[in-house]
Write a protein that binds this ligand. Structure first.
Ligand SMILES: *Cc1c(COP(=O)(O)O)cnc(C)c1O
Length: 384
């Protein structure tokens, strides 16, 4: 069946998954094996060793590719494993253009790992895409963007950045973790590679750490598969199964995240304790028009700064939730609250952080799919 041509909900449930040829099992079996029998050396059924290929992971990768309207998918043992593989396409002397409001771990791997291997990074405010033209030179190879950004929910115009990247022969990688493939498909807008922390919305249940890359170009897929197999950050069959299971409700979960997110954003907007609120669904959000153009809805990620709150007061509020859990990560069915300065963004220097609006009294909410009335009650009591 060619599920790739079908609509999102059908692909989420079926893409990459055929009944098991040996038993007819409708759900993809967990092929818990590291190695595969060969009739004679080299005479195998396409599987040799599970670092490189495993049938459960393969089914997941085909499903992931379909969700992003891509030909190829690769699953990694974490989002950072996927990022690491992309950067290994580069050589010393190469340059990368990226945003100044990145996931903390992306900033850390760029500045603390790959900068040591002679790769140069430019961290720019990409709200005006044309700025990248000023930084492109003969060594530039790759543009890396994230939208909505974390945690201030800025929206970057994927199509405009893709046009500039294509005209200069650069690869464009989009970290699509915050939007999820349900809300945004960067390959349709001209991106070369989509990267995901599958740990978040795609897995959706806060029980797996995983990453993914999706792409259309066969040669690029082969180069990335080579890195994946050679370096070995590939996930096991049990985690692959859990993510396949999680994806079956991705569209339903995202609809609920978006509906709850909207109600909570509206509740917080007029709350006397809230100073700034960051959510791309508001018409007065600076990039609302671009968000509307490139996303199907606005998601359940919301950040707020607290009025007249120092670090101590911010900590008190962050610790007083009963339904929201104070925890890192996002995108699961359960609501989470996070203090970026001391949690997800602690690896970014203070000056860099504050330039991007990541201040001491900022809290980030990952709105889950619980009953929204209970979530609003919890916010009321915690902010009182
Ligand atoms: C979590 C996250 C990552 C890293 O993914 P892991 O699965 O934690 O390794 C990368 N980018 C964004 C936007 C994230 O939220």
């Amino acid at each position: 069946m060619n599920y790739e041509k079908m609509k999102f909900a059908t692909k989420a449930i079926h893409a990459g998954q055929e009944p098991d040829p040996t038993t007819g099992a409708v759900m993809t079996p967990i092929y818990q094996t590291s190695t595969y029998w060969q009739k004679a050396p080299g005479d195998n059924k396409g599987y040799e060793y599970s670092r490189g290929t495993n049938p459960t992971r393969k089914a997941l990768e085909n499903c992931l590719a379909a969700l992003e309207n891509a030909k190829y998918g690769l699953a990694f043992s974490s989002g950072m494993g996927a990022t690491d593989a992309v950067m290994k396409l580069l050589k010393p002397g190469d340059e990368v253009i990226t945003g100044n409001d990145l996931y903390g771990g992306s900033y850390r791997i760029f500045t603390k790992i790959f900068a040591n291997y002679g790769i140069k990074f430019h961290f720019l405010d990409l709200s005006n895409p044309d700025i990248i033209n000023k930084y492109i030179n003969e060594n530039t190879r790759l543009v890396w963007i994230e939208t909505p950004t974390n945690p201030t929910m800025q929206i970057i115009d994927i199509e405009s950045i893709a046009k500039i990247s294509q005209s200069k022969g650069l690869m464009l990688v989009v970290d699509n973790t915050f939007a999820s493939p349900y809300l945004q498909n960067p390959i349709d807008l001209g991106a070369t590679i989509v990267m995901h922390s599958v740990t978040k919305y795609i897995g959706g249940h806060s029980d797996v750490v995983m990453g993914a890359l999706m792409m259309n170009d066969e040669d690029l897929y082969k180069r990335l598969w080579f890195i994946y197999n050679a370096c070995g950050a590939t996930p096991g069959p049990m985690d692959s199964f859990l993510v396949l299971r999680g994806i079956k409700t991705l569209h339903l979960r995202m609809q609920a995240h978006c509906a709850n997110g909207r109600k909570i954003a509206e509740f917080l907007k007029t709350h006397p304790k809230v100073d700034k609120i960051y959510w791309p669904g508001f018409e007065d959000h600076p990039n609302h028009a671009i968000a509307k153009k490139q996303m199907r809805d606005f998601g359940g990620m919301i950040s707020i700064t607290l009025k007249d709150a120092d670090l101590k007061e911010t900590f008190r509020i962050a610790s007083s939730f009963k339904v929201f859990s104070l925890a890192e990560s996002l995108g699961g069915v359960e609501s989470l609250i996070n203090h970026p300065v001391t949690m997800t963004h602690a690896s970014i220097p203070k000056e860099e952080r504050e330039k991007a609006g990541v201040v001491d009294n900022l809290l980030r909410l990952s709105v889950g799919v619980e009953d929204v009335d209970d979530l609003i009650e919890d916010l009321k009591q915690a902010l009182s």
